[in-house]
Design a protein around this ligand. Structure first.
Ligand code: PLP
Length: 390
C-alpha cells in the first residue's frame, strides 16, 4: 500500500496553492458591491485576450455556453451541421445541440485521440445528403494537445467552412509556436475548477480576432441587450460573476508555470513507462502539450486501474462512453463514414493517471514507482495466456 493517497484531480490543492491572491481577490469583489460582469470581468477579458494572443476575449458562464454562443454568433443553428468528434466531453456536442445545429461526429486518430483529418476531408468533399449544410468544424484539442491543425485548417479553408476550436483542455498549449485559441474564427475555453486554468465555480470565455463577432457574443450572453433592459435580438443569460473573474485574474499569471509542472510530471511518468507495453501519450510534431490529462493505453486497463487503486492512486477514464453511444444522443448524433470505430475501441483501453501542478514530489514519486512496478507485472489474463509482463 502506498503511504500517500493520490486523488485523480485536486481543485482544493489548487486553491491552497494560490490562496493569498484568491482570498484578496474575493475580498476585493465582496467590498466592491458589484457582483456580475463588472470591472473584474472586463479586466479578465483584457488580460486573457492578451495571454492567448487574440484581439478579444468575451467571458461567459461556462465552456459549454462559450461554444453555443460562438455558434449563435455565427448564425449557425437550425439548418446547419457542425462537424466534431464523439471522443470528447459531452459538453462539446451538447453545445452544438443547444445552438440548434445538427452534430456530425467523426472518428479520431488512434495515436493522438483527436479528429481524423482524413475523415474530415471525406465528409467535406462529400457531405451526407440527409443532413443540413455543414457550416463549421468544431475541433477539440483533447487532453491538452492540438489536433492536426495543419490539415484541418487547410481542409476547412478549401471548403469555406469555419473552424472553431474547443480549447477547454488546452489553455496555454500551442502548435507551430502559436497558442491554441488563435487558429479558428473563434475558440471556446472552460474554466471549470479542474481545468488548466480553473475558477472556483463555473466560468468560460470565447477568444477571437473578429471584433464584430466578439461584440455580438457580448450581447447574446446578456439577453441580447445593446442598451440595458432592451433586447436587440433574442439572447441568453450566460454572464460571468465577479468572484470567478477575480479568482481567474489571481490564477492567470501562474498558468505557464503550472503547465511546466504538468510537463515535468509527464516526463517522470514517461520514463517510468519506458519499457513494457503500456502506451504513453504521443506528442504531435510541432505541438506543445499541456497535459490536462496524462492518458495511457492498454488492453488491461481495468486491471491496471484496480491495481493502482489498491495502492492509493486514483485514475480516471476520459471518456468511458463515446457521445454517440450515450442514450441522450441516440438518433440525434450522426456519424461519418468511419462510424467511430476507433473511438469505440479507444474508450475501452484508455486511463488517465493523476497529473496536476499541485501533485507533490512525494506523490509524483509514488505514482512513478507504482508505474515502474506495473510494467513488470503480469495480469491474471496474461498469465493464463502464457504471456509476459505488461
Ligand atoms: C470541460 C469541457 C467543456 C465544457 O466546459 P464547461 O465549462 O464544463 O461547460 C467542453 N469541451 C471540453 C473538451 C471540455 O473538457
Amino acid at each position: 500500500m502506498a503511504s500517500v493517497f493520490v486523488p485523480q484531480a485536486n481543485p482544493r490543492a489548487s486553491y491552497h496553492a494560490h490562496k493569498q491572491a484568491i482570498d484578496e481577490a474575493i475580498a476585493r469583489v465582496l467590498a466592491s458591491g458589484s457582483y456580475i460582469l463588472g470591472e473584474e470581468a472586463k479586466n479578465f477579458e483584457h488580460e486573457y485576450a492578451r495571454w492567448v494572443g487574440t484581439r478579444r476575449a468575451v467571458a461567459c458562464a461556462s465552456g459549454t455556453d462559450a461554444i453555443a454562443l460562438i455558434l449563435r454568433g455565427l448564425n449557425i443553428g437550425a439548418n446547419s451541421t457542425v462537424v466534431t468528434v464523439s471522443h470528447t466531453a459531452v459538453a462539446t456536442v451538447a453545445a452544438v445541440q443547444m445552438a440548434g445545429a445538427t452534430p456530425l461526429l467523426l472518428d479520431i486518430e488512434s495515436a493522438t485521440y483527436t479528429m481524423s483529418p482524413d475523415e474530415l476531408a471525406s465528409v467535406l468533399a462529400q457531405p451526407p445528403r440527409h443532413l443540413p449544410e455543414i457550416r463549421a468544424v468544431l475541433a477539440v484539442h483533447l487532453y491538452g494537445q492540438a489536433c492536426d491543425l495543419t490539415r484541418i485548417l487547410s481542409i476547412c479553408n478549401a471548403h469555406g467552412v469555419s473552424l472553431i476550436e474547443d480549447c477547454a483542455q488546452a489553455h496555454g498549449a500551442s502548435f507551430d509556436g502559436q497558442k491554441l485559441g488563435t487558429f479558428g474564427r473563434a475558440a471556446a475555453f472552460s474554466f471549470y475548477p479542474t481545468k488548466n486554468l480553473g475558477a472556483l465555480g463555473d466560468a468560460g470565455a470565447v477568444t477571437t480576432n473578429d471584433d464584430q463577432l466578439a461584440d455580438r457574443i457580448a450581447l447574446l450572453r446578456q439577453y441580447g441587450w445593446r442598451d440595458r433592459y432592451v433586447s436587440a435580438e433574442p439572447g441568453v443569460n450566460s454572464r460571468l460573476d465577479e468572484l470567478q473573474a477575480g479568482v481567474l485574474r489571481a490564477k492567470l499569471p501562474h498558468v505557464n508555470d503550472d503547465n511546466r509542472r504538468r510537463q515535468a510530471i509527464a516526463a517522470v511518468y514517461d520514463a517510468a513507462l519506458e519499457s513494457g507495453t503500456i502506451l504513453r501519450p504521443v506528442r504531435r510534431q510541432g505541438a506543445v502539450h499541456v497535459f490536462h490529462q496524462y492518458v495511457v493505453r492498454s488492453p488491461e486497463r481495468d486491471w491496471i486501474q484496480a491495481w493502482l487503486q489498491e495502492r492509493g492512486i486514483a485514475s480516471g477514464i476520459h471518456y468511458p462512453v463515446p457521445v454517440h453511444q450515450q442514450p441522450a444522443f441516440h438518433g440525434s448524433a450522426h456519424l461519418g463514414p468511419l462510424q467511430c470505430r476507433e473511438t469505440e475501441r479507444v474508450c475501452r483501453s484508455i486511463l488517465s493517471i493523476p497529473i496536476y501542478p499541485e501533485l507533490t514530489d512525494q506523490q509524483t514519486a509514488s505514482v512513478s514507482k507504482a508505474l515502474r512496478e506495473l510494467v513488470s507485472c503480469s495480469t491474471p489474463a496474461q498469465k493464463r495466456a502464457g504471456g509476459g509482463p505488461l
